[in-house]
Ligand binder design. Structure first.
Ligand SMILES: *Cc1c(COP(=O)(O)O)cnc(C)c1O
Length: 354
């Protein structure tokens, strides 16, 4: 028995250590996990109430997610047939790759970005063309240079995970105008709600002009619903219709659909989370500036930093042993912005090694 050869070059997703594992290993009684960009304030209480009211678990969910679709369409000001729902964006990235990529085709993405784009391209045996970030940002000029007649998808993570940097409106519009309309441009806007930059592109209006655009949004981050697995794509009705063929019949659960609807009924919860996140980011920036710690200003709920004289792995290990889980990358550490108290405590710990 053999799997496809290209799978042998990949690893199954390795989740970070669980809090229980870390507790045991280091004899700790409190763990703070700031590693996966979840909402530190949880989710809206309206969600907790709504999910207790599902009448039965014995029947399949609504495969079309009709009610959620209606609310999301209204929320965004798009037509219902411009939406495709998925079990988190992870699944949508898989669906897009499965529907579009094949041997002989290639796909262009940044080198230090969300890893699932590359993962699924490799499974589909498409060529992956990774373009290094320039000062932490997508290098759209170089990405355009790397495209050819076999390029099927370009992935733009905006804001970018893990750096928190963003492509502005002008850069994005120039790129879209310059490239072939045969290429699908996927804009992963998982952190859309957190963005505060004035020149961040509002991409839904661009759909009228560019049929080759697909925007990804999720309930996992600012809405605080990561456990439910619910996200969606926004595109032209004709593109969505084609992608729907690659979607599993009941890919989003009744719980997830109900949670999404309830979350949309409480915009104040998200607004509050966003304001607190922005304030806390400022607090980190002040600390970094005062201590010569380099970082990228972030449009997300996380920040990418380098502590002078310490490798990212050393910083990770130091924090881990004290019960703080962050994420180490080869060129920096990504810290999810926690609650006010969590951030104060983390800053105190970082002070000791700077
Ligand atoms: C978290 C994240 C996702 C995946 O989110 P889910 O909807 O939970 O699958 C996709 N893209 C980026 C950039 C992310 O950070």
């Amino acid at each position: 028995m053999k799997v496809k050869e290209q799978l042998l070059t990949l690893n199954a997703y390795v989740p970070g250590k669980t809090s229980e594992e870390v507790k045991k290993e280091y004899g700790l009684d409190k763990i703070v996990k700031l590693a996966s960009n979840e909402n530190p304030y949880g989710c809206s209480p309206t969600v907790l109430e709504a999910i207790t009211k599902i009448p039965t678990f014995a029947i399949y969910p609504d495969g079309a997610a009709s009610e959620l679709r209606e609310y999301v369409a209204k929320h965004l000001g798009v037509e219902e047939n411009q939406l495709i729902f998925s079990s988190g964006l992870d699944e949508l990235i898989q669906m897009i790759s499965r529907a579009i990529l094949a041997p002989g085709s290639n796909t262009v993405m940044a080198q230090n970005t969300f890893p699932q784009y590359r993962h699924h391209a490799v499974i589909e045996n498409a060529e992956v063309r990774e373009v290094p970030l320039k000062a932490g940002c997508h290098d759209l000029n170089e990405m355009q240079n790397r495209m050819d007649e076999n390029t099927k998808i370009v992935w733009i993570c905006n804001p970018n995970n893990p750096t928190g940097t963003y492509v502005n409106k002008e850069e994005l519009e120039r790129f879209l105008a310059n490239i072939s309309k045969q290429v699908l441009v996927v804009l992963d806007e998982a952190y859309y709600e957190y963005v505060t930059a004035q020149d961040y592109p509002q991409t839904i209006p661009l759909l009228d002009q560019f049929e080759n655009l697909l925007i990804l949004r999720t309930f996992s981050k600012a809405y605080g619903l990561a456990a439910f697995r619910i996200g969606y794509g926004i595109g032209s009705a004709s593109l969505i219709k084609q992608l729907e063929v690659a979607r599993l019949p009941f890919n989003t659960s009744a719980l997830a659909q109900t949670a999404g609807i309830a979350a949309l009924h409480d915009p104040e919860f998200v607004e509050e989370s966003i304001i607190r996140n922005a304030n806390e980011l400022e607090k980190y920036y002040r600390f970094f500036d005062e201590n010569n710690i380099s970082y990228y200003p972030s449009q997300g709920n996380f920040v990418f930093v380098n502590i002078p004289g310490k490798t990212p792995q050393e910083v990770f290990q130091y924090l881990l042993e004290k019960g703080w889980i962050v994420r180490a990358f080869p060129n920096g550490v990504r810290i999810t912005i926690g609650t006010e108290q969590e951030n104060d405590e983390l800053i105190k710990l970082l002070e000791k090694i700077t």
